[in-house]
Design a protein around this ligand. Structure first.
Ligand code: BES
Ligand code: ZN
Ligand code: ZN
Length: 455
């Protein structure tokens, strides 16, 4: 009976491994599927662990039992128990059911059973929350754009946070408020749409630290390219262009539900990018919220426009001490890092070091790419302070990153381009949630750190 199968971690050198299977390979004996691990696994091995085990669960056609404790026993000084737990649980929940479906038949649903010792229950529950938040993210991502409009996105987030109303401050700016505020880049992108834009923020303060991280997410609920229309092959899957916003909202949910001591505000500019007689056009010039004027070179480079206003808002109004953004920003990512790594840009080496370590814990592949003055030179405009794109195809992803940095008021800035990783095989992946979650948990400086009291 396949239903009774059990997944169990086993050491490479265990005598049961008579076929000498390698680390992360599996073999089966008497209804037990053994997943080979080793004592000297490192934190840096977790991205491959997560991918491998996720693929293992994807192939299952029946529910199985998972001996969670056997996996956790491979923790060591470098590889944390909570990292193994989080990656195992998020992978095992990933394929249990489709986050969104309108299929009327053949809907597949599995429910794997986790066997967890009482002493690990707490850690398991925390990991379950992260799996749940990833599921929420993927549902928003997969939902078609005629349903998942900026208005609907806001409603979904409000609904999600209902049980935690006293713990967070959710605010929503509508079109009129964006006009009053002068968020003209968000408004410019919205001009071609029949649906109003929104700027959604979720503020969570649960630490006495003076630090506040801003997690800014690109929320283009559909990217047609606007007047600089995309060809049809490139327009397919542009419902996923709100992935950044879904990722940051979901991360906040996990932090709040798990009662993490941290201070984070998620900022989500939400709009469609459509074309119409009213749409913004190439050569138009728009005054950003920061005050810089921007010549629209290509209306399809809209992500950087809405993010620019949101980044300035995070720096000036919210007074964030570190600003992160997550965006499906540039198609060029597929050439630089394939769909394996998310691109990361950081203004500080120290931040990069910490983000990299955190991404290992989180089982997520990221790779650093550079900011450089050469990349922004082609964005010099004859009529405005800068333009949003150029025909120069060199380092397009870095050019977008450099453009965004201009709007951060010099605050420490970490940018993630998830254009090639946010969705795979036509499904949202909920990437970067685990990394952002862990970073907020680990890297908010406490009052006491400042005075070096050593606690
Ligand atoms: N949303 C796209 C980027 C994208 C492309 C995401 C493919 C996922 C898959 C973005 O708004 C865009 O269109 N970027 C342009 C920028 C160009 C006009 C400078 C691009 O990458 O082609
Ligand atoms: Zn675009
Ligand atoms: Zn876009």
């Amino acid at each position: 009976m396949e239903d009774n199968k059990m997944l169990k971690a086993i050491d490479l050198n265990d005598s049961l491994n008579s076929e000498n299977k390698k680390v992360f390979e599996t073999f089966e004996k008497e209804n037990v599927i053994y997943f080979v691990l080793a004592k000297d696994l490192k934190n840096a091995d977790m991205p491959l662990f997560y991918e491998t085990i996720k693929t293992f669960f994807q192939k299952l056609t029946k529910s199985i039992k998972v001996d969670v404790d056997s996996f956790i026993s491979f923790a060591n000084k470098d590889l944390r128990r909570c990292s193994i737990m989080t990656n195992l649980v998020t992978a095992m929940r990933f394929w249990e059911k489709d986050p969104f479906t309108l299929k009327t038949k053949d809907v597949k649903e599995l429910k794997h059973e986790a066997i967890v010792d009482e002493s690990l229950r707490f850690m398991y529950e925390k990991a379950q929350t992260i799996a749940e938040s990833q599921f929420f993210c993927r549902r928003l991502q997969d939902t078609p754009s005629d349903i998942m409009t900026p208005i609907k996105f806001v409603e979904e987030v409000q609904e999600l946070f209902k049980p935690f109303e006293s713990k967070v401050k959710i605010s929503v700016m509508d079109k009129k408020q964006l006009e009053e505020k002068g968020m003209n880049l968000i408004l410019a992108v919205n001009k071609g749409s029949s649906i109003e834009p929104r700027l959604l923020t979720i503020e969570y303060r649960n630490s006495d630290s003076e630090e506040l991280f801003a997690y800014v997410g690109k929320g283009i609920t559909f990217d047609s390219g606007g007047m600089s229309l995309k060809p049809s092959s490139a327009m397919k899957w542009m419902k996923f262009d709100m992935s950044g916003a879904a990722i940051v909202a979901s991360t906040l949910y996990a932090l709040v539900k798990n009662e993490i001591e941290t201070n984070v505000v998620a900022v989500m500019p939400l709009t469609e990018n459509m074309l119409s007689p009213n749409a913004v056009r190439p050569d138009d010039i728009v005054k950003s919220y920061s005050g810089l004027t921007v010549e629209i070179d290509n209306t399809d480079a809209e992500g950087r426009l809405i993010l620019a206003d949101a980044l300035t808002y995070a720096a000036r109004d919210l007074k964030a001490t570190k600003i992160f953004d997550v965006a499906t920003l540039t198609g060029a990512m597929i050439f630089s890092l394939g769909d394996t790594f998310s691109g990361c840009w950081a203004t500080s080496d120290e931040d990069w070091k910490n983000v990299r370590t955190t991404s290992h814990w989180a089982g997520e592949f990221i790779w650093r790419l550079p900011f450089h003055d050469d990349f922004i030179k082609p964005l010099k405009s004859d009529f405005a302070d800068l333009k949003n794109s150029s025909n120069d195809r060199k380092a397009g992803s870095s050019r977008a990153a450099c453009f965004l940095k201009e709007f951060t008021d010099g605050v420490n800035y970490i940018h993630f381009d998830v254009a090639a990783t946010a969705d795979k095989n036509d499904r949202g992946q909920g990437v970067m949630i685990k990394t952002l979650y862990r970073f907020a948990k680990e890297h908010i400086k406490k009052e006491c750190d400042k005075h070096h009291c050593g606690c």
